[in-house]
Design a protein around this ligand. Structure first.
Ligand SMILES: Nc1ncnc2c1ncn2[C@@H]1O[C@H](COP(=O)(O)OP(=O)(O)OP(=O)(O)O)[C@@H](O)[C@H]1O
Ligand SMILES: [Mg+2]
Length: 385
């Protein structure tokens, strides 16, 4: 039996959620789905655990949809804010609560009232805020920064993590009491390699999704490519499978995906340090006087040169180009601006919060570097209700 659940309002979902449907075929996945749907109807706090790309956010959205709650689904990434800012973001603040707080503002908890608050990367929540979160869950009310008055709430919390929270508790990075509170109803999403019967149905699902966008019809997987998909270990899980299929559709011929169209990258290669330069290895000084291939067209703009470098890398089989390009860009801009966050954010045309998320992701900002951001920067609430 296969289950395909159409996601409501998928057009309104943020870019990170491109899926139009959830596909479950493996007996293990189907059992998990019925477990999820059973707990969805209660008000229990849910902790979704799984490796990157296993579908944690999609499952959180499905829990919200199945719960019948009328309010919005609000997703917040706990790793995207500094400690001071996330306090105000989650719990709200009164005017004058801190420098720059000129107006009172409701936090994400209040925004999710009547619905579901999804706290992604809960393991990144600073310890001081873990205490506060526990209090909110116990008392079912939130107290804005700078206020003493509690505001009663009806919010269902779903949290997600791709780190081992039990270990984080042992290492004293995560509070045991909050961990127990969150894991009342735990959902462990197995990695794709542990649910092999999902691989081909998902691959076909992604083929269907992309073939029409690419103006193709009835693309097939050759028997050998099916075998290759089934025997690969999928370190990036379903997200990686989606990317592999998308790329295969671009390069395949005669509407048949062959093994050589599948760029399956063993983990050791894909996990190479993203800070590595992407150009072929040549001593830096030499490269300056005699640029290595591909030669740069004299009339080309720097962006044209980048595009041709990307083409070359794609043709050479790179599949983690997005991460590498992003990392190289963030490193270059931060260096160019002499590690000044405000200037770096400005030259990249992004908010300082977004920059800090990227700096953390690419290892340029540690937790100890986290100092408060004085001005309150706008953030978006993805309201899918
Ligand atoms: N059951 C599924 N059916 C169809 N597509 C899925 C399914 N699960 C995940 N996906 C696809 O995988 C992508 C990743 O899913 P999602 O963002 O929910 O993963 P995640 O576990 O939250 O990842 P991360 O830890 O990196 O944030 C989605 O954009 C979607 O395309
Ligand atoms: Mg996620």
């Amino acid at each position: 039996m296969e289950k395909v659940l159409t996601l409501p309002d998928s057009h309104a979902a943020p870019l990170s959620i491109r899926a139009k449907a959830l596909v479950f075929h493996d007996p293990g996945s189907l059992a998990l789905l019925s477990h999820v749907e059973r707990i969805a109807r209660s008000d229990a706090t849910v902790l979704v655990i799984g490796e990157t790309g296993t579908g944690k956010e999609l499952i959180a959205r499905h829990i919200h949809t199945t719960s019948g709650r009328k309010g919005p689904f609000v997703a917040v990434n706990c790793g995207a804010f500094s400690e001071t800012l996330i306090d105000a973001e989650l719990f709200g603040h009164e005017s004058g609560a801190f420098t720059g707080a000129s107006q009172a503002r409701a936090g994400w908890f209040e925004a999710a009232n009547g619905g579901t608050l999804f706290l992604d990367e809960i393991g990144d929540l600073p310890l001081a805020l873990q205490v506060k979160l526990l209090r909110v869950l116990q008392e079912r009310q939130v107290v804005r920064l700078g206020s003493r008055r509690g505001i009663a709430l009806d919010v269902r919390l779903v949290a997600a993590t791709n780190i081992d929270l039990a270990r984080a508790v042992e290492a004293q990075h995560f509070r045991a009491d909050l961990y127990y509170r969150l894991s009342v109803a735990g959902v462990r999403l197995p990695p794709l390699r542990e649910r092999p019967a999902d691989i081909l149905p998902l691959a076909r699902h992604f083929i269907l999704g992309y073939q029409s966008r690419l103006g193709m019809d009835q693309v097939q997987l050759s028997p050998a490519s099916q075998a290759a998909l089934l025997s690969y270990s999928w370190p990036g899980n379903i997200r990686e499978l989606e990317n592999v299929i998308h790329f295969a559709l671009i390069v395949c011929r005669d509407e048949v995906i062959e093994v050589e169209d599948l760029k399956l990258v063993p983990l050791s290669r894909s996990s190479a340090s993203p800070a590595q330069p992407v150009a072929p290895s040549a001593p830096a000084a030499l490269a300056e006087v005699a640029p290595v291939e591909p030669a740069i067209d004299a009339g080309a703009t720097p962006l044209d040169s980048l595009v041709s470098a990307w083409r070359e890398l794609l043709a050479s089989g790179q599949t983690d180009l997005f991460d590498k390009t992003e990392s190289a860009l963030i490193h270059a801009a931060y260096d160019f601006c002499h590690q000044n966050q405000v200037r770096t954010a400005r030259v990249l045309g992004i908010t300082r919060n977004m920059l800090r998320t990227h700096l953390k992701r690419h290892g340029l900002l540690g937790v100890q570097d986290d100092e408060p951001i004085p001005a309150h920067e706008p953030t978006e609430i993805p309201d899918l209700a």
